[in-house]
Write a protein of this length. Sequence first.
Length: 403
Amino acid sequence: MANIKSKGTIGILTGGGDVPGLNPAIRAVTIRALREGYQVIGLRRGWAGIMEIIRDKAVDNSECYTILTEQIVNKAGRTGGTFLHTSRMNPGRVNKIDVPKHLAEKYGKDVNDLTPEVIKNLEFLGIEYLIPIGGDDTLSYGVRLYQEGFKVIAIPKTMDNDVPGTDYCIGFSTCVTRTIQMTNTLRTSAGSHERILVMEVFGRYSGFTAMLPTMAGAANRCVIPEHKFDIEHLTGLLVEDRQLNPSNYSVVLVSEGATFQGMDQMVLKSDVKDAFGHAKLGGIGNIVSEEIKNISPKFNNGKTVNVINQSLGYLVRGGDPDAIDSIVPMAYGNLALDLILKGIHGRLVVLRNGRYDNAPLEVVTNNSKYIDVKRHYNTDRLRPLFKSFEFQPLFIMTGSEVS
């Protein structure tokens, strides 16, 4: 069992998809906590690590957690990803096959709630405050623990930037930066072959990762989950963009959750769902590419326009964080410690209107965050809509939160 220092022990974990900026956040929490007299335990593999602990002092649980030091986090804090590793495990809904072996006899249902074990394991480690870093799925289980009486302070991360209650989530800036860079890289191929470039980007329910790069000039058009578009209309716009471009090419960014008229649902890579009920998306870029190629003769004097189709996928979530995703995690980590030192919990650290703040943790599960289509998306031109930037937030589109 962990050796508790005078002020107690803080636990920290990362869950869901990896993004650049997680390690800087872990570093910020750890260094500040140690200097304030706390011990910090890093829980491995998201919620999976704390779920799998065996409550026996004689057992080696090093695969489930590690004691964090300045030396450990300083080295990792300059890098991307998460050295604590991650998972999409939801202890509130654990399939029978995923129940830890030492709990198999106690939890034999097809789907099991291991929350009582998680709480006991946290107490076994002497953890008083828990800081989960994640998106709405990971943090929704943080809400569950808080409702069960545990002290939780959450840090939002997701490249989709769709955690409610905050204008900014760790990973978003690097994702936008990578998307712009890679789009510009592929421009040379699109121009050389005089093609239309279709790039599929992340964005299950919210189109921020397609909208911001397009607004920055990376693409001519973008299609997003919040608006079901007309594929023929998109094709006509892209052919026109291509004809107006001296290099004879055009670019569209396609959110993975986007759909066009005639489609019943988002395109899935697999029907298998994760512990939070989500199937893996992917493939809308392929479908859009084929449709554009087939429809293009109608707008191009009967001649087919060929298409370059590229899914950015993990390329935008790998590698080191950019400047914003190095600075914001530092601030978020220190905000979490500010709250702990005041004895406050049940909060989500946030950025709102350019200022660091905190919000009730329940905002994660009580709301959803989407592009405000009426305000920020031109449904006729299929591109961002903006009129005035005066007094707007840094990333312009902070989303509309719907209860």
